[in-house]
Design a protein around this ligand. Structure first.
Ligand code: 3H9
Length: 701
């Protein structure tokens, strides 16, 4: 018997227990084991009813994602699910934790399902660029109806056990031990003579509803909301098959559509993103048993948008915060801002008034640094100036208890210099939150030269409590995300000088897969912010790194973006919707004339190459310098902090998928044409010459 699948019998109940930690994913060995166990139960004359359950923290979390893209190995998951459904002894699936993807499909193949009250079930395949390929698209509509099945399969969002019960996906809920509950339920199946009940043979939920209209509406919704996505329209087509075809043919249609998704580039990109996100937590030189410090009281310095967002992230996780401001009026404004932010969530329906009050009760304010004496962690979110940071950190060094972690939210300044303002550099770390900090999941954890392992382990663990995705980065101007975005933004601006309009640049990049174009993004953050960064850059960049002049021209004309109603675009009062700015083109033409540039038509593909390859080239430098530890970390930052489409996999994955030799060839052309700032990164040259990918590269190799 396969070691990850155990067969035993208790009285007339055959127990098939899967044990494949951490999440009981179904790889080839488990599929084979499940078939063998089923066979054993069939030939065991004393077994009258089967119970399928999992040990560990969860029921099956799906097919083993690591197998995708590799040669298939028999038996396939559909085979296993079908075999359970065809069993002539009743099968009961006992769900605890999460039954996801192939896990829920396995349960749907069983004749009865019970779920622990705190369990969740879902078909998240679409998030991996797939559709449920082991019967989920055929069996779920037969139980829950087409509307619910479409909702679950196209969104990929799991539902809780109670909802699953309401939609006939599970038969009963239980509390406590899955094994005991499974045996008890199985005994009742036997005692009441319920017998087999194959999901594939049910049809009641498909009747009396205009399924065609539901399918048409979802198809239109997907076309509108998810343009460019490969698998969602196929999810709809597969569910449609359940409404039109008998089970066997429906399963064949599902299989064909699943194979299309499996072979798609989007599937590869999304699976890359899944593992990249989890990989971030693995830090080679941070032993797993590194002690972590207790973080129960947190201080946040600065009650601006960022400070308040950070404070709300902590209180949302149940951690008390002392928010510090310079004086009482500023403090009251900050606390009011926190309340208004929460009230906006209540108005949107994403937060209940009671939970809002619970969170705000954890938020306290202060104006005297001595109140931070008992804080376990203090995060500074003050003005981005080294002098201001110096004052803050010198003071923190005086008042904070030994062992307190002192963090800076700087987005660009040298963390090692900041750490030098204290006598405890090992306790200093960068926590670069992204705005709005209470919403955005990305956190760049900046590891300074002296940051201690214990501090690093503590903030990595803390990030999980905050529900953030933490990526460790090294010290440099802008760290990973902002350092790269500078190159991207500069190219986008040069393109405006060469002949493109903001609409064209933004449209090309949105079509490529960025959530927002660079010009609309600048209008949102404010051109005055961009201008002050630009001033600093003008003072520090070498002379062969020219900067475009568009931003300065707009700034001089008082066009600061959304805040003044005019920037790269125009905005009606109270609206965030960009409209063309009629005064812009003459300004752009004047800049081009001034610089002796003949404006020309630029293609969308060219625009994308210029901007995205600028990201990639800088990413390669960042990798080689060890600022990012692996290329997938860079992808995680871009996927979660900069609106890079998940189905593109991130800039470094995108480069790998194009082939680094192709990327290099174009960058060399740009280098020849535009000069030094396009010099190919040495790592890109090296990997392209060796026929390798960024994904193959590690710092120590
Ligand atoms: C599918 O089922 C296709 C079928 O329809 C058809 C087939 C024909 N496979 O997330 P965590 C690893 S598609 C392999 O940190 P949590 C994960 O990489 C699948 N490995 O834990 C990590 O490894 P490491 C549909 C997997 O408690 C470790 O487990 N199912 C898989 O925060 C812990 O993961 C899904 O899409 C897998 N399926 O969250 C569900 N799942 O420690 C995907 C996890 O080395 N999984 N790992 O970094 C999840 O959503 C979450 O992992 C889960 C647990 C909620 C289960």
């Amino acid at each position: 018997m396969n070691s990850s699948v155990n067969y035993e019998r208790q009285g007339e109940v055959a127990l098939i227990t899967l044990n494949n930690p951490p999440v009981n994913a179904l790889g080839q060995a488990q599929r084979e084991g499940l078939l063998r166990a089923l066979h054993q139960a069939q030939i065991d004359t004393q077994a009258k009813v089967l119970v399928l359950l999992c040990s560990g923290r969860t029921f099956i979390a799906g097919a083993d994602i690591k197998e995708f893209g590799k040669p298939p190995q028999a038996p396939s998951l559909p085979e296993v699910v079908n075999a359970y459904e065809q069993s002539d002894k009743p099968c009961v699936a006992v769900i605890h934790g999460t039954a996801l993807g192939g896990g829920l499909e396995m349960a749907l193949g069983c004749h009865y399902r019970i779920a622990r009250r705190d369990a969740k079930v879902g078909l998240p395949e679409v998030k991996l660029g797939l559709l449920p390929g082991a019967g989920g698209t055929q069996r779920l509509p037969r139980l829950a109806g087409v509307a619910k099945a479409l909702e679950m399969i196209v969104s990929g969002q799991p539902i809780n056990a109670l909802q699953a019960r309401e939609h006939q996906i599970v038969d009963e809920l239980f509390d406590g031990d899955p094994r005991a509950a499974g045996i008890a339920f199985a005994q009742r199946v036997l005692d009441s003579g319920l017998g087999v009940r194959r999901t594939g043979e049910q049809a009641a939920a498909l009747k009396g509803v205009d399924n065609g209209a539901l399918i048409a509406a979802k198809r239109a919704d997907v076309a509108k909301r998810l343009p460019g996505f490969f698998s969602p329209p196929r999810c709809v087509a597969a569910v449609e098959a359940a409404t039109l075809l008998p089970l066997v043919e429906g399963l064949q249609r599902e299989r064909a559509l699943f194979q299309e998704c499996l072979a798609s580039e989007q599937r590869a990109a999304l699976v890359h993103g899944f593992f990249a996100e989890r990989q971030c937590a693995h830090i080679d030189d941070l032993p797993k048993d590194t002690p972590v410090r207790v973080i129960e009281r947190v201080g946040v310095i600065g009650g601006g948008t960022m400070g308040v967002g950070i404070a709300l992230s902590f209180v949302s996780a149940g951690i008390a915060v002392m928010l510090m401001e310079v004086d009482e009026p500023a403090l009251q404004r900050a606390l009011q801002r926190a309340r208004e932010t929460c009230e906006a969530s209540v108005a949107r329906g994403s937060l209940s008034p009671a939970v809002m009050e619970q969170r705000l009760a954890l938020l306290h304010g202060g104006v005297d640094y001595s109140e931070l004496a008992t804080a376990d962690l203090v995060i500074e979110a003050v003005f981005e100036s080294l002098e201001v940071k110096r004052q803050v950190f010198e003071r923190l060094d005086q008042v904070c208890k030994p062992g307190a972690i002192l963090a800076s939210n700087t987005s660009s300044l040298d963390l090692d210099v900041i750490a030098g303002f204290t006598s405890r550099a090992e306790d200093v770390v960068g926590l670069h939150f992204f705005s709005p900090a209470n919403v955005m999941r990305l956190l760049e954890v900046v590891r300074g030269r002296h940051t201690g392992l214990e501090v690093l382990a503590t903030v990595m663990q803390l990030s999980k409590r905050l529900n953030k995705i933490a990526v460790v980065v090294g010290v440099c101007d802008g760290f990973v995300g902002n350092r790269m975005i500078f190159q991207y933004g500069r190219e986008a601006e040069f393109l405006l000088e060469e002949g493109a309009t903001p609409e064209q640049v933004d449209g090309a990049l949105r079509n490529f897969g960025l959530a927002m174009g660079p010009n609309a993004m600048r209008d949102l953050s404010g051109l005055d912010i961009g201008w002050s960064i630009r001033q600093r850059q003008r003072a520090t960049l070498p002379s062969n790194y020219p900067l475009p002049d568009v931003l300065d021209t707009l700034y001089a004309a008082g066009m600061l973006g959304q805040k003044t109603g005019q920037g790269f675009y125009c905005y009606a009062p109270g609206s965030r919707r960009p409209e063309p700015n009629p005064e812009l083109l003459p300004l752009l033409e004047a800049v081009s004339r001034e610089k002796g540039i003949e404006r020309r038509a630029l293609s969308d593909d060219y625009i994308v190459e210029r901007c995205v390859f600028a990201l990639i080239n800088e990413g390669a430098k960042i990798l080689q310098e060890g600022i990012a530890r692996r290329s997938s970390d860079i992808d995680v930052i871009y996927l979660n902090g900069y609106g890079f489409a998940a189905w593109r996999g991130g800039p470094m994955f995108y480069a790998d998928s194009l082939g680094l030799d192709n990327v290099l060839a174009r960058i060399r052309e740009f280098h020849q044409r535009f000069g030094a700032w396009w010099e190919p990164a040495p790592l890109l040259e090296q990997l392209a010459a060796e026929g390798r990918r960024f994904a193959d590269w590690k710092l120590e190799s």
